[in-house]
Design a binder for this molecule. Sequence first.
Ligand code: S3P
Length: 191
Amino acid sequence: MNDPAKSTAPPALIRPVALVGLMGSGKSSVGARLAKTLNVGFVDADDEIKQAAGLTIAEIFEAYGEGEFRALERRVIARLMIGDPRVIATGGGAFMDPDTREAIGERAVSVWLKAELDVLVSRTAGRTHRPLLNAGDPREILSGLIDVRYPVYAKADVAVDSPAGISHERMADRIIAGLQAHGRAFAAETG
Ligand code: S3P
């Protein structure tokens, strides 16, 4: 049975949506939900990088260093900007790279998922696949990254708060509202 409340067609995406933000901000989980709501594809840039390298992110960092990882990330994200508009979850450092930021700025609409330190700490706790967080105390590392990265993430086209306990569905709705207010992501409504 159709739920009448859900039967309105989603707005038509005409540009890629690039989710940016720190580790634990919800880019992958919320991105997948958002793509479903908008009826478009979803891709996680880290997964594409892993596939291109045939290695995990931690293995790439260990074998080749962060510089090589960023170069690979730059190429992968440039490629993801092309093709049918979709939702792209970028890795937390991607938007810090000026070339990647420029590529996203030219082709996509960027959305910063903004979360407070406590939220990031609790959402990343117990996960070991992120090399940057394995290098010391995660709270200290995330706090330092907030200082350095938030002024740059603030250049994103849209910013959406990602508070503790919010559902992926509600986050997707907030993002769609932000994108509608921004105006470049969706086809103009007709009729
Ligand atoms: C990184 C974030 C990770 C991954 C890599 C580096 C960063 O992605 O790209 O470990 O520099 O913040 P997520 O933000 O998806 O965890």
